[in-house]
Each structure stands twice: as C-alpha cells, then as structure tokens.
Design a protein around this ligand. Sequence first.
Ligand code: SAM
Length: 260
Amino acid sequence: MIEHNFKKKFGQNFLQDKNIIKKIADVADTKEDDLIIEIGPGGGALTEELVKKSKVLAYEIDKDLEEQLNNKFDKNDINIIFDDFLNRDIKNDLKDIKYNKLYVIANLPYYITTPIITKIIEEKIDVEKMVLMVQKEVGDRFGAKVGTKEYSSITIFLNYYFNIKKEFIVSKNCFYPKPNVDSIIISFSKKSEKYKVENEEILFKLIKDSFKQKRKTLKNNLKEYNFEKIEKVLLENNLPVDVRAENISLETFIEIANNL
Ligand code: SAM
C-alpha cells in the first residue's frame, strides 16, 4: 500500500488487484513502438504494466504524487506531466514523440469521463484504441442503443469513430479506498471503414443542435434549418415528423446532413 492522502475531489480509488491490472493492460494489446497515453496514473499500479509493453505519456493532476511516481519509474520509459489533462494541448505534447499507433488508457473519475472523451474527439487526436474504466452506469450510456433514454449526442459521436465493446466488470473490492459502485472496462476501437459524409462540420453541428433540448422534437430544435429537406429523409426512413433526436440513428443523421 502506498503512502498517500487520498483525495475524493480527484476521484482517487487506486487499483489493488494484480490480475485485473494485467487484464486491463492486455485489452489495449499495444506493441513496443506504440505510445500509450495514461490519464491519472495515481500510484502507478496500472502504469507499471503499461511501461512493460510500450512507451507511456501520463497526465496526473495531483502534484502530491509527483515524487513517488518519479521515483518509481525510469524517465526513459515514461514522461509524466503533472497537470490537468483537460487543460493540455495534446497535439503539442505529442509533437516530439515518435510512435506507431496511439492508445489511451484511463481509470477515470465519473465526472470527467465525458469531458475527456469529448476533448479527444474534438481535438481530432488520432487514437487507435481507448480503454476506459468507468462506473458501470456511465458505461451503459456509452453503449446506449437508439431510442433509449441514455442515447445522446456523445453516444452518436463515439459510434461515428469507434466500435464500442464492454470488456468486463471490475468489482469495487479491487480498489483502495473502496468506491460505492462497481466499474466496467470499455474499449473503443477506431472504425476501419469511414462513413460516407460529405461535410463533417455540417453533420457534427446537426447532431449537436438536434440534442440541444432533449425533450423537444427535432423540428423544434432545428428551427433555423430547412426542415423540408430533413422531413424528406425522415419519411424515407419511416420516422414521424415530430420525432425526437433520441430516436434517430447515426446513419439517418448522416443521410440528413448529406441532404442539407
Ligand atoms: N490509474 C490509477 C489506478 O488505476 O490505480 C488511479 C486511478 S484513480 C480512479 C484516478 C486518477 O486520476 C487519480 O490519480 C487522480 O488524481 C487522477 N485525475 C483525476 N482527474 C484528473 C485530470 N483531470 N487530469 C489528470 N489526472 C486526473
């Protein structure tokens, strides 16, 4: 057990179970010339496995862990930046590092999971695979199917870029301090086939605007759009004109955007 004053505000529950730690590292399946971004190494339990496989670039917000982490690892294997991942210019941090494919691995506090994923997507970081541990319910949202209440714009963006897979549950007993709920490992693998999208900016804006107010119909959220063109695609897909965004699949959003 490491000596540390655990901070709730940073979501600090550190992994203790060696078997689980190895299993998580194996999901990423990285090679020696790949680079792993680890967000929140904490005491470095998972990091220890990651450095055996590939080069690591880690971001840790808690400066109290600086001495401990720097003593634990060889500077040739890992570069640890003690800062909030959300405030970093990631492309700039990556610019002097040579690697083949990029992976992201993180065991994250629930409140920053979506901002972190959004940042990676919006900054167009070319990630081969993300392996994220999240609270079990948060995991359900990422894998949500069209028509369910968890289905949201983030679900659609993730589906656009990645194949999403629920890997395995991690019991709360694997952590210290023990959290209140179990977690789940989810992997996001880059889709090899790209969708046929004429203008990504139009598509992304359409999706964001469509979910502006979830309770409203699509028509009400898209007042500034030429709705006749949208209506045509809805009818072709057997969707009612007063449909809500949560009932529209990624494929239909793409059709609408290509038609605008
Ligand atoms: N990876 C370690 C493990 O599995 O044992 C620690 C996981 S702990 C749930 C989350 C870690 O993320 C903590 O070390 C915390 O300080 C760090 N963290 C929280 N928010 C962060 C942020 N915005 N940027 C970087 N690190 C962050």
